[in-house]
Design a binder for this molecule. Structure first.
Ligand SMILES: C[S@@+](CC[C@H](N)C(=O)[O-])C[C@H]1O[C@@H](n2cnc3c(N)ncnc32)[C@H](O)[C@@H]1O
Length: 235
């Protein structure tokens, strides 16, 4: 890549539309992600902001899908310091997973279980079905080891439910392939509210769990979102 294109590329990348990053979100390394997290935390402190409102609507939609399947355990992957917990109903067992130790410290300080991806690799869900939720995380790089752990956690009767955006079509396809290699199928729906550009919700599960739950869960997700109108960025 020549110098001009490098800088043009630098200028184009944005996180939450206002944080400028040198590469795509998916190309950020762990150190860069932690730096972005600190800036994001500042922005998310404004509880009246559009970003906070959109983030809440996405979590509410995912939580509706979780409730529709009566999850016994919820593992919130990429939980940050603001996990999905306030939106959950039915009192499932809960654990948050994040690559950022600061985020884990924050949620542990509130009494929640927080795990690194390595710790999640050996975690046994107390109750089934286990649902792995992902709010605004699947546009980051997801290591193959992380995909393997998520597949293990959901087993044959659980599922992953996450929103996806910012990924190119090719990148989405690569993630689908990585999931398929672990016998997990993706059923996706376009966000009817178009809360953010190119926004989809992915239900990810074995063919058997897909047949049982995908329709109900994604129906609950889209029903929760219906009625929205604005398009913003709220990573
Ligand atoms: C945009 S924040 C979203 C946080 C929270 N889910 C929310 O909606 O408020 C993304 C979070 O995912 C974490 N993250 C990024 N890549 C990850 C990965 N591969 N595995 C686990 N966590 C990851 C980041 O550290 C960050 O805390």
């Amino acid at each position: 890549m020549d110098v001009l294109h490098f800088w043009l590329r630098r200028r184009r990348e944005r996180f939450m539309d206002v944080i400028s990053v040198p590469v795509t979100t998916e190309e950020l390394d762990a150190t860069q992600i932690r730096a972005v997290n600190r800036l994001r935390n500042e922005l998310m402190r404004d509880r009246s902001s559009e970003a906070v409102a959109i983030n809440g609507r996405v979590k509410a939609a995912i939580a509706a899908g979780v409730a529709a399947a009566r999850a016994g355990t919820v593992v919130d992957w990429g939980c940050g310091g603001l996990p999905i917990v306030p939106y959950l109903t039915g009192n499932p067992d809960f654990a948050g997973v994040d690559i950022d130790p600061v985020a884990l410290d924050e949620i542990r300080a509130t009494g929640l279980r927080g795990m690194s991806p390595d710790e999640a690799a050996t975690f046994t869900p107390a109750r089934s079905p286990c649902v792995v939720t992902g709010a605004f995380v699947l546009h980051f790089k997801i290591d193959h080891a992380h995909v393997t752990t998520m597949a293990r956690l959901v087993g044959t009767d659980g599922f992953i439910l996450a929103n996806v955006y910012r990924r190119s079509l090719e990148s989405r396809e690569n993630l689908r392939i990585a999931l398929k290699e672990r016998h997990l199928l993706v059923t996706s729906v376009h966000d009817p509210a178009e809360l953010v550009g190119g926004h989809e919700f992915w239900f990810i599960a074995t063919p058997e769990a897909t047949a049982l739950h995908a329709g109900t869960v994604l129906g609950a997700v889209t029903a929760t979102l219906t009625g929205a109108s604005e398009t913003e960025s709220a990573d």
